[in-house]
Design a protein around this ligand. Structure first.
Ligand code: ATP
Length: 504
């Protein structure tokens, strides 16, 4: 039997080393020791996820609890699972009090180190998407299967616990059982940045160059008349986007999975601000502006999965089923044609282009070289770590943001700079409320927050710095907008920030 204290020890070991190999070895070592019934819960805990999802425990409850710790570790993985299940089942009148009582009982059975872990687990502070890649490798190593097989199962299920369960109990054959299922979204394929268009073009033999639209990612699943629409973070938004559902229901096919971008357009056909597209995803009421879909990939058509086929074949399927709703682009362009498309995309108010290798399969959830994004200006998506109270006109508002870049090895974000520029009155008011709800501590100047909000920052470049732990500082940073569609695990890495040193 594995104890919670074993998980806590391995988590600490993983956090303490920056060596990917050491992290994988530590995680795999523990995974190997698990009983089959412990695998799902222990995997979730190691990945910093609350087993089974949210349990309705807020920070205010957690912060108010002072429970004397146990002197010896006795909590097994099964005990933790059962206690979380009980917490989740509490409902009805007096549920707040009963939840506090159940949580107090659990914490009373935990040692000091275990309490620390559990409080952060409930508070969502341990969840680090960057750990996912390391976990995938650890599962492969513990189960003695190919990393690619584990990665594929994870992309199709979106769940590490289920992936680990299959790998450790059934090996390769069990992993091969994972399929694209209509109605279950998969993690979208992502792009990595290219310095220039020419650099991106020179990397592939044949490519598709497409507009990079500044909208919001959608994944659409249709099975007969049933249509579901999901966001980039796999949230279902079907009820909010009736016009997209109708459009996909009208396509000439029985079943299909399409990947694309959606955008609200003004009367002249120019993109509306990104915030308006995002607002549609959250709004319950119908709004005036209509969303238009721009599909760029087809992952399934009429009973056949296309994920493993090269892009050129997926694009043929896309043309067949949704040709008139394809994103603007060119296949196998000359350098001049590609440059013309890039200029045209910018002239229409879009972000740039994406250059895609026509031979590449769909590698969900990965930021690989098969898709390269090319943009003209410098922007970074960073994580908000803290904010300082403003002065003068901004007094009473949380203003100056402390910004962190992602640690690719799964550690906490690394601070790279501060800015209060670019914040509108509306954003100031919004973030003042949001940050206080996410506060983890601070002093009279500064409020530290759970590092989960992603903000897009425009900057002139970066410079070396001895002030910040990553050795780099942002130059002339200003806030462009918040990125509610992104999680901290998708923020730019410290390496991406350092990579900008070259560009000046
Ligand atoms: N033609 C396209 N092909 C793929 N993705 C596209 C395309 N046009 C727009 N996009 C958007 O770009 C995103 C892919 O770029 P990337 O993986 O870098 O995500 P990102 O970090 O959101 O990009 P950025 O922050 O630069 O907008 C997709 O999630 C999608 O929303």
């Amino acid at each position: 039997m594995v104890l919670l204290s074993d998980v806590v020890a391995v988590s600490a070991e993983v956090a303490a080393t920056s060596s990917r190999k050491a992290k994988t070895t530590a995680l795999a070592g523990l995974l190997r020791r698990l009983e089959p019934q412990e695998v799902a819960t222990a995997t979730a805990l190691l990945a910093g996820e609350l087993p089974g999802g949210r349990a309705g425990v807020g920070w205010s409850t957690l912060a108010s609890l002072q429970v004397a710790p146990a002197s010896e570790p006795t909590l097994g993985i099964g005990d933790v699972d059962a206690a979380i299940g009980e917490l989740r089942a509490i409902s009805g009148s007096g549920s707040g009090q009963r939840r506090t009582a159940a949580l107090t009982a659990l914490l009373g059975r935990a040692t000091e180190g275990e309490q620390w872990f559990l409080v952060r687990l409930f508070g969502g502070e341990l969840r680090q998407g960057a750990l996912e890649g390391v976990m995938v490798e650890a599962i492969a190593s513990a189960a003695e299967v190919r990393t690619e097989s584990v990665r594929r199962a994870f992309m199709l299920s979106g769940r590490l616990p289920a992936t680990a369960g299959a790998a450790l109990s059934g090996g390769e054959p069990a992993l091969a059982e994972f399929h694209l299922e209509l109605g279950r979204p998969i993690r979208p394929m992502l792009a990595s940045p290219a310095e220039t268009l020419d650099a991106a073009l020179s990397e592939s033999d044949g490519c598709s160059v497409e507009y990079k639209l500044d909208g919001a990612r959608i994944q659409v699943h249709r099975d007969g008349d049933e249509v579901h629409v999901y966001t980039r973070t796999l949230r279902e938004i079907t009820r909010n986007v009736g016009e997209l559902v109708e459009l996909v229901r009208g396509l000439d096919c029985r079943s299909v999975v399409l990947d694309g971008e959606t955008l609200a357009l003004d009367d002249a056909g120019r993109p509306r601000p990104f915030q308006e597209t995002m607002a549609r995803f959250g709004a319950q009421e119908q709004r005036a502006e209509l969303l238009h879909p721009y599909f760029f990939d087809c992952l399934h058509l009429d009973g056949t999965d296309l994920l493993d086929l090269p892009l050129r074949d997926r694009l043929k399927a896309l043309e067949q089923v949704a040709g008139e709703h394809r994103i603007p682009g060119v296949l196998r362009p000359t350098p001049d044609n590609a440059a013309a498309l890039f200029d045209e995309a910018l002239a229409h108010g879009h972000e740039g282009v994406v250059v895609k290798d026509l031979t590449s399969p769909y590698a969900a959830g990965r930021r690989g070289k098969a898709w390269r994004k090319v943009k003209p200006e410098h922007t970074l998506d960073l994580v908000v770590l803290a904010a300082e109270w403003g002065h003068g006109r901004r007094s009473g508002y949380l203003s100056n943001l402390h910004l962190g870049a992602r640690d690719p090895d799964g550690g906490p974000p690394i601070m790279v700079g501060k800015t209060f520029k670019g914040l509108t009155d509306e954003l100031l008011a919004w973030q003042t409320t949001e940050f206080q709800q996410r506060a983890t501590g601070g002093d009279s100047w500064t409020v530290h927050v759970v590092p989960e909000l992603v903000v897009e920052i425009e900057l002139d470049g970066v410079q070396t710095s001895s002030r910040y732990p990553g050795g780099v500082a942002l130059r002339f940073a200003r806030v462009l907008r918040y990125r509610p569609d992104k999680e901290a695990a998708e923020a730019d890495t410290i390496e991406a920030v350092r990579g900008m040193l070259r560009g000046g």
